[in-house]
Design a protein around this ligand. Sequence first.
Ligand code: GLN
Ligand code: ZN
Length: 764
Amino acid sequence: MTIAANLGFPRIGRRRALKTALERHWAGTLDAAGLQAEAARLRATHWRLQQGLGIGHVPSGDFSLYDHVLDTACLLGAIPEGYGWEGGPVAPATYFALARGARGVPALEMTKWFDTNYHYLVPRLAADQRFELTHNRPLLHYREAQALSVRTRPVLLGPVSFLKLSKTTDGSDPLALLDRLLPLYARILGELAEAGCIWTQIDEPVLALDLSGEAREAFRRAYAALAGVRTPELMLTSYFGPLGANLATAAALPVAGLHLDLARGAADLEPALAALPEERWLSLGVVDGRNVWRTDLRAALGLLRRVADARGGRRLMVAPSCSLLHVPVELAQEERLDSELKGWLAFATEKLAEVAALARGLDEGEDAVAEALAASDRAKASRAASTRVHRPEVAARLAAVTPEMARRASPYPVRRAAQRTRLNLPLFPTTTIGSFPQTTEVRRLRASRARGETDAATAESTLAGWIAAAVRWQEEVGLDVLVHGEFERNDMVKYFGEQLAGYAFTDHGWVQSYGSRCVAPPILWGDVSRPAPMTVRWARYAQSLTARPVKGMLTGPVTMMQWSFVRDDLPRAEVCRQVALALRDEVDDLAAAGIAVIQVDEPAFREGLPLRRAEREAYLAWAVEGFRLATSGVGDATQIHTHMCYSEFNDILPAIVALDADVISIEATRSRMELLDAFRAGGATYPAGIGPGIWDIHSPRVPSESEMTGLLALARERLADGQIWVNPDCGLKTRGWAEVRAAMSHLVAAAHHMRATAREAKAE
Ligand code: GLN
Ligand code: ZN
């Protein structure tokens, strides 16, 4: 019989109950016992829900109060000194200190979980790290479910991935610690087997990365060791891409089953069928766990049938491609979503129903699931035929794109001269990244406007007042290039998505980003166009108040996609081009309205980089083209800025140069300008303007003028004076006005200091 399996369920709850409980706990209004009770209630709800949907292998241990990598570190006693842990079970206070920092101790470093928008905590290991099984939590959760009559398949992050995702304090290879870790895995699994657990899922997602020979050898060693002891049957899972060159290694490991992500790694199927021994179980991840579209059930069933025939019908599982952590919990609760669009979507709950239907269809034949198949066919047909999704005018515009449209009229040196004449900026020009504090007042106005309690005219005049005050203050403090402050914007993607055709928004479509933090990504579902100007009115208004240039402020095409669920019926490159053309209209309109400086933010440019090296060039090519298409419609004297934060530039500098922006601002404070080294690597220097951030806006601390001057001096070691812009690391929306006033006056003073020394240098 085919088994319907799940790899992981969202933890947050359909109405974000986990977020509420966590935040109450942190605020001191819910004690640890209360938090645990709420967590147990959520686990029970999710287990029963999955069981009720017909899932045979329901995961346990996928639940986490903050992050499953942190859970694994705590399970294994990989807790750095200073957090007050002295062996045994990890207390909630210690756990949250690791996750969020506490008095005297910083949080562990946080980074992106592969190419998702989920963030995990990076375990910090000593070079001679000793591990200790603190508390067999996977066993605990297995038993907790068993007590509710749900037989679960515990999920463990595998030893090789755990180490590959960790960092050692001395920079040595964490894989050197593998042999110390394996006895603990053997014990955890042994105790699970002892308790009657039949299957355990062991996640080794690093198999989707380019692996060295040593890492592959580590896999062989680890799983040979585990094969030598009593364990439940192991389902080895990897996801987020094809196993590719790691397939032979994975297929040869002595485990009971192998899972394939067929949404992103369809190319693995044939080689896996050829390589897998007959007794091995095969889990087919045919339901996309990373996106929100319904599965084409008939096509998926056809594929499953072929595999079943090839394998004599035995030892098959059907599953989502990866954990459902990355999609919202339940579509059914979206009451305001466009009903046609809703018919094309499936969230975690609906996806599990698809998994169950596919397993049933395979075992009992199409007739047994005729209704589900018919509904899927109807959705597919209506989506394919929809004139709201496929709009001829958008296709025609795309077809008419010429290479010249992605090229500025003149090369950078010519533009620089034209911009100098027009803008007449001093050396070390000062600016900000766009947003000013989103105070309670600002948020209250948006909320009351959304509820209809404030009328449009009142909202407009309030906004105008804030913008005017912000412009006046920027003149007073002495900034050179001003901004309007983004008070009207809720979110840098949503604000634009709401004004573009082709985007939709959910009410409850929350996905965990980290800890209690969730995002509700928009759904980019149809051909994109810009029915009307989006930002021109406020930009023009702000510009009318001052003789200094006010920057227009837009979100770039890559970020507009990267932070959304994107349609899966077109190549991403093509969707990007559509978004780029819509933004191009806006850029051109801003320029026509007299806006001389236009910033197109691309904070997600780096994070869109594919996991596998072989795919990166193609991504960078279309991402760069998108930016250039959006920004190349303007004349030489219009200055195009871009902004990127949380980025490593080392491996993408040629693409950054290729963006051909006139100025780029980046986050550089925390790295003490070391990020700039990438901008002059290999003897090549970045030609255009750069504003390395000199104020870490993630911290409430206000840096002094001399700290800022010190950073600019470091920048000057790496860049020419005529190139350097002076600005904070990112937008100021999370800061308060008191900090902004103080820090920006220091920043302007630091720029003045640099100008004075530049003049002296020239006089010598
Ligand atoms: N212009 C945006 C702001 O200032 C940029 C935000 C970002 O880079 N994440 O808020
Ligand atoms: Zn930023």
